[in-house]
Design a protein around this ligand. Structure first.
Ligand code: FAD
Length: 328
């Protein structure tokens, strides 16, 4: 029987585990539970319990008859079809599928928003004593976390963003919400000295970077180190390797690295790992739902946006339904 290695238990592989595919499957993941990023700011804001925002990938694997290895990939040798884990053990494969996400390449003085598990642990430990919190990165993650922190704590919150991330109309809506939460928005580069002096916690969300071992794997990657895949989500250099979610870049039609796309990869990945030939076509417009600290949110779709408590309830329903779809 062909040996299929699923590396990482992210959004796309959760979908694959739910569908089930033929072969002798092994899942390698550092954590038995996967944190759903869409609800993470809601957890920080105090709207969700931890068990409400996690998917139990270990249970999904058990139900699908997939062997679970709790560990972290340290190296992949695409030529030898072999993976080495951080504990030194090695696994060989006939087919490998990568859904290992991206990481926030944070400097040593900052708390990276990823991995979520470390971030949440350190945040819970720090949240009651912080007086001044900085967030670096003005994308959706930085904005949502800034407002969540401001909502949950009495800390002074500053958001550093070195470039505009949204079209002007949406940016104005976001700026108003940041101001409503007392979040100070500073344009420009965040300098280490100033960060250390002015804030007692710096949270880093800027720049989704590829996991370093991907670059040395022998797989073809884009200029940032993400695995280049064709429209079947197969590596363009090694067809027995698939990649989905943030760690993959679609050749010729790259799209943003966000959970929305990782979720859409899942059914195509499952079909192709199962031996079908399904093609992935990224949607041209993706719905963005940005939570704003309190139970309030902004929605944006195709250049039109809305906001209100009803948008938060809408987002809450979508997110809960998605996570609940994985409960056994
Ligand atoms: C604070 C925050 C909020 C966000 N909110 C949203 C949102 O509302 N909507 C949205 O669309 N996107 C959001 N994003 C972006 C979103 O998190 C990512 O795009 C999404 O998680 C990508 O899914 P993925 O499956 O590729 O990777 P991930 O969800 O990161 O999953 C990767 C998995 O691989 C595992 N892994 C990592 N390294 C290894 C290794 N070496 N070996 C084995 N396993 C490994 C991890 O433990 C994890 O389980 C947010 C990001 C942040 C930081």
């Amino acid at each position: 029987m062909r040996r299929v290695l699923l590396l990482g238990g992210g959004h796309a592989h959760a979908g694959v585990l739910r569908t089930g595919i033929p072969g002798a499957l092994t899942l390698v993941t550092p954590y038995a539970q996967h944190v759903y990023s869409g609800m993470l700011p809601g957890f920080i804001a105090g709207h969700y319990r931890l068990d409400e925002i996690r998917i139990d990938v270990a249970q999904l694997a058990a139900r699908a008859g997939v062997k679970l290895v709790l560990g972290r990939v340290a190296a992949l040798d695409a030529a030898a079809r072999r993976v080495r884990l951080e504990d030194g053990s090695e696994l060989e494969y006939d087919v490998a599928s990568l859904d290992v996400g991206s990481h926030a390449a944070a400097p040593e003085y900052a708390l990276a928003a990823k991995p979520f598990e470390t971030f949440m642990e350190q945040w819970l430990e720090a949240k009651d004593r912080v007086r001044s919190v900085a967030l670096v990165g003005g994308g959706a993650a930085g904005i949502e976390l800034a407002m969540a922190v401001a909502h949950r704590t009495n800390a002074r919150v500053t958001l550093y963003s070195d470039r505009p991330m949204f079209r002007p109309g949406l940016a104005r809506r976001i700026a108003r919400q940041l101001a409503r939460h007392g979040v100070e928005l500073r344009a420009g580069v965040a300098f280490a000295d100033r960060m250390r002096k002015d804030h007692d916690l710096v949270i880093w969300t800027a720049g989704a970077a590829a996991l370093p071992w991907l670059v040395h794997s022998g797989l073809a990657t884009d200029e940032r180190g993400f695995v280049l895949v064709d429209n079947r989500l197969r590596s363009v250099s090694h067809p027995e390797v698939f990649a989905a979610g943030d760690c993959a870049t679609l050749r010729g039609a790259p799209h943003p690295k966000s959970g929305v796309f990782a979720v859409r990869h899942a059914p195509v990945l499952a079909a192709n790992l199962g031996g079908e030939e399904q093609r992935y076509a990224p949607q041209r417009r993706a719905l963005a739902l940005i939570s704003c600290g309190s139970r309030y949110a902004i929605a944006d779709w195709g250049g039109v946006s809305w906001q209100g408590a009803w948008v938060w309830r809408w987002k809450d329903r979508i997110d809960r339904r998605w996570v609940e779809g994985f409960r056994l």
